[in-house]
Ligand binder design. Structure first.
Ligand code: ATP
Length: 239
């Protein structure tokens, strides 16, 4: 089966269990929100799916290939090509302008300087911040920085975007503006999104919500507010 899957993923930090057997299928082009109370394992699941962390037990598959056993170099290459990541604080390089920040992943992937610069400006334009191309992050608002970070996450045309509380540092209006553009662009390009959030308003942008509780998929889906689609029984594949 294509898409992204976790099978029985278990992950601890020393004695602290974070995931206690999570299975999840994400279809290509789908936008899935992973929700649940603080500490329930959302970020750990996202990191395992993105190949940043390795599960202690269980498997992660992308397009039919098991990726959790790949060496770090191969998983990191996957994150530079088919996967993109976007965090709460955009983590732009402060010394670089917006255009330079957005061009960076392309330059690292071997694109020529001129082509990378052109693509960076196009993506800044799509995110509504073309006018900030020559500005450094320190002179931008949080929302502007997050738009630039979103452009940087999408410029390589990732098949999957992993977003961890991408609007968590923004006010409601700013957050929704960034998210509306992100979801629109993802749909346009058929990009899959795995979106970690604890805010029901943000989760409502997804096609489906998967709720975690204490390191497992909450079978009731009632951990927070009403879920969009309740998930199946314990240990079942959340789909
Ligand atoms: N680097 C770490 N070292 C030790 N324990 C950790 C580490 N990262 C996470 N944990 C623990 O693992 C559990 C799951 O954490 P995780 O960050 O995945 O949850 P979360 O649902 O994303 O939380 P939040 O919504 O607060 O960001 C928590 O008990 C947390 O304290």
């Amino acid at each position: 089966m294509s898409g992204l899957q976790a099978h029985g993923v278990v992950r601890s930090y020393g004695p602290t269990p974070a995931l206690r057997g999570v299975s999840l299928d994400v279809a290509e082009g789908e936008i899935v929100a992973v929700t649940g109370p603080s500490g329930c394992g959302k970020s750990t699941l996202l990191h395992c799916l993105a190949g940043i962390l390795r599960p202690d037990v269980g498997e992660v598959h992308w397009r039919g290939e098991r990726i959790d056993t790949w060496p770090e170099a191969a998983r990191s290459r996957l994150r530079r090509t088919e996967f993109g990541v976007l965090f709460q604080f955009g983590q732009l390089v402060p010394e670089l302008t917006a255009a330079e920040n957005v061009a960076l992943p392309l330059l690292l992937a071997g694109t020529g300087r001129r082509g990378a610069g052109r693509a960076a400006r196009e993506w800044l334009d799509r995110l509504g911040v073309a006018h900030l191309a020559d500005v450094r992050p320190g002179a931008m608002s949080g929302g502007q920085q997050q738009r630039c970070a979103t452009a940087r996450a999408l410029v390589t045309g990732p098949r999957v975007l992993f977003a961890d509380e991408p609007t968590g540092a923004l006010d409601t209006l700013g957050g929704e503006e960034v998210l509306t553009r992100l979801v629109h662009l993802a749909r346009e390009q058929g990009t899959t999104i795995v979106l970690v959030t604890h805010e029901p308003r943000i989760a409502a942008y997804a096609d489906r919500e998967v709720m975690l509780r204490d390191g497992v998929v909450d079978p009731t889906g009632l951990g927070l507010d009403e879920p969009l689609v309740p998930v199946a029984g314990p240990g079942a594949v959340a789909r």
